[in-house]
Design a protein around this ligand. Structure first.
Ligand SMILES: [Zn+2]
Length: 156
């Protein structure tokens, strides 16, 4: 399955993300979101706080792994391709698939964080606060990715 949003993720997680989508499709789940810009994150954070709707993130702009192409959300499919967040779906199976591919799963997060069942991320043990500091040097995602390459030791 080729979702163009996969290409907006950090290159080293794209193959695992593609595999996750392939496996998720077998149980009726699909990609809902991947990379989110800071304005996108601002909108997502506002939901349930200053605009109507359920709270879907604890992360302010710049403090979500989505902002660095390191996270993606999957949801289950209703009839007719509609997304569904219903608790009746088999989120645990979806979470297990993601974890087997090396993702951290939002369904495992303890209180006080939101149990974020659709959420999968790869952090390479780098905190989002550190990523934000690097990002704020130039506000270029590619600079964050180059920095991450160096931190991961793949660039000499
Ligand atoms: Zn997410």
């Amino acid at each position: 399955m080729n979702d163009p949003r996969i290409d907006q993720l950090y290159l080293p997680i794209r193959s695992a993300a593609t595999e996750l989508l392939d496996e998720a499709a077998k149980i009726g789940a699909f990609m809902f979101s991947g990379y989110r810009s800071l304005p996108d994150q601002k909108e997502t954070y506002a939901q349930g706080r200053t605009v109507p709707g359920p709270i879907v993130t604890d992360a302010r702009p710049g403090f979500s792994y989505h902002n660095y192409g390191l996270a993606l959300d999957l949801v289950f499919e209703h009839a007719a391709g509609d997304p569904s967040w219903s608790y009746s779906h088999d989120w645990n199976t979806l979470g297990a698939i993601g974890k087997s591919l090396g993702f951290e799963w939002g369904g495992d997060w303890p209180d006080p964080y939101i149990h974020d069942y659709p959420h999968f991320q790869m952090t390479f043990d780098i905190s989002v606060q550190r990523l934000y500091i690097v990002y704020a040097r130039t506000w270029k995602l590619t600079d964050v990715w180059s920095w991450l390459d160096i931190k991961r030791g793949v660039v000499a």
